[in-house]
Design a protein around this ligand. Sequence first.
Ligand code: C2E
Ligand code: MG
Ligand code: MG
Length: 768
Amino acid sequence: MKLKVKTLLVVSSTMLLFLALLSSVLQPYLFKDSLTLDRTNTMKELTDVKNTIITEMDNLNGTNRDWAVWDDAYSYMTGKYPNFTKVNVSNDTFENDQVDFLVFLTNQGKVFFQKGYDTATHKPIQLNKSFAETFIPIMQNADVTNHTVLVNTDLGLTMSSFQKIYRGNGDGPSPGILIMGRIMDHNLVNELGENLSVNLSLHHYQKKTASFKVIAEPISETKIKGSLYLSDYTKKASYVINLVVKRDFYLQKKANIKQLFFYIILSTLFLIMLIIFLLNRFILSRVHDLSRQLDDIQDKKDIHARIKLFKRHRDELANLENSINRMLSSLEEKHNAVINLAYYDQLTGIPNRYLFFEELNQRIEIQQGPFSILFFDLDGFKWVNDSLGHSVGDALLISVCERIQPIIAKNNGLLARYGGDEFVALLPTFDKSELEEIARTVMQEVGREYQLDSFKTYVTASVGISIFPQDGDTAEQLLQKADIAMYEAKRNGKNKVQFYHDLSNANSYKNILELEKDLKTALFKNQLELYYQIIVNGRDKQITGVEALLRWNHPTRGIISPARFIPIAEESGLMPAIGMWVLEEAVKQMKQWHQQGFHLTLSVNVSKSQMKDYSFIEKLDHVLNKYQFPLSMLQIEITESDIEHYLNEIIKFTGELKKRGVKIALDDFGVGTSSLLFLKELPVDTIKIDRSFIIKIPAEKFDAILLSGLFEVIKGLNLDVIVEGIEREEQIDFVNSHIEGKLQGYYFSRPIAASELENEILAKRNGS
Ligand code: C2E
Ligand code: MG
Ligand code: MG
């Protein structure tokens, strides 16, 4: 998910959470006093109703009092004015005085007169006889006299005023009580409501209650009900006047809060947008820019590229930009340093062979010809290095380089140090005379005197030249051929130029190159074969073993001797593989002969590269185990001339062989330095005396003395001996007269193929 989307999500969810929290915390608080206000308001309205009722009751009382102290009424009660009611109590009287009933009671509780008229419906009311009697028990109470109280009657709840009747001047005694009342029914309550502009309703109330008690409670979210309780004087009946009104405060507040939240949400949205906008402007877009530029750098793998934010502020991002740039710079430096180490010669500062190879390959790839390779090798450098020391040698190389470099550069060429005292140059020309002139200029410059510290010295250069594409179309071929030409120049007396092209076809190097090419595929093309040469006992001439000798059946050149191709195999790194093939092939053959009843020992030659490679020992273990070949029947021949160069490796190698009980023979003894001291270092079992020792025996006296002395040493050291190159009977006699040894040579048999050996020799032996 993109950073911008994430930020938007985080900011909006935080804001929404904040809003939710705000509303859940604020809402109860905001609504809290709205109920109180609604309640107070309702109570106030009901209190108005109550006060109006009380006023009505007071008015009623006033009217009643006027009547009660009216002389005519008094006269009526005292019987002096019997027509009083007929004259004064008409329907109009009720209408005018706003009274619904009128009752005259004597002090003794006798109903003197009663009449009813409903001022609401404007109709007379037929009062029961018992109607007035309702008041009799009440009138006895002193607190009702001259008051208006609520009395429950046949007509329902009434406000009833009790006034004692007196004369107009207030004199008594009072003959009775005048009760005037108003019916408190729906009509009256509605009328009250209308006057006060409220909606009232009257109901019976089941429980007892205090009169004129006012309460208000909400009955729904939007409505509140106020109740004005009315109780009959005798407490026998209760009524309630209800006022149901909308919760104005609450609703108003709700609307306000809604609006408030609407604005809050609106501002939150605006805030979110503002935050995102600002974050984007100051951070996100820059982070995006940073990441895009880093991706770009990675894609293009451009080590020179740097980050540049389009908006610069002094903040951590700017620091990050600087840090990344510093990191990129340091990476570039490291990269350059690595390139320098990998591609440049640390002594002279010019390209090394790897850079040269790359350049060469590139030119070959794009067929950017013509061009030539010049291979320089210093003549006499080894002497300077060995006799004047490495630091002088190094200084000489630097000076040589300084002299060659300008000449090559002037000719638009590339100079590289190939190794040691070898330099190579790539020149964009194939013109022989031009190349020769350049080579000679170089040789002239190189050949001038050098003043190194306190030494004066001279070196010369031998130059070999190969040309693309006539001398080769790969970098390896071109370099190899320039190298060959350079060797030829050296062979011809050094300080010379040699074109590869001018070498004669018989040139050994040319041949070697071809053989090397063919040898690479010889193993897979089954061109290699093993020949076997027998080894016999000197005394009874019995065959004791065979030596496996490698042959290469070249498709055009016929059989090639190992002496010719093994050094090439060694040079080109093919020998370990060939050697392993020889080992397995020979052991397989010997195992077969053992199974046929010919219990012979097997001698296998190994060369220097095989001895350096531990995988030969692993192969040996594998092969011996695979064919279950007795270790004591195997003899490995190491060549004396290899020892002095690879003594440590050979000590290790022979040690491993000894551990396994394999015999070791020192081959070609007498060809190399013939240092008998090696015998002290190596666990040798057998000495194979080279044929050059025996060749002139017994005619050559010197050789005879040397050989007999050697036999004495071998006997003294208790070693076995095999004398190679036996061609004549007298040689056998000479050996037998000096030592009990074994013999090998054309006299007994040349090396021959396995099948031939089987047919001719082994069969004969069997027969004999
Ligand atoms: P080597 O191990 O000293 O083998 C003896 C060589 O002397 C053989 O030459 C053999 O043909 C030759 N020879 C034996 N008796 C006579 C004789 O009476 N007169 C003359 N003139 N020569 C005789 P070859 O087979 O050409 O082998 C040459 C060398 O190549 C071997 O010398 C050995 O060092 C090496 N070689 C041969 N096969 C192998 C191999 O499989 N591995 C390795 N590493 N080297 C091998
Ligand atoms: Mg040998
Ligand atoms: Mg030999």
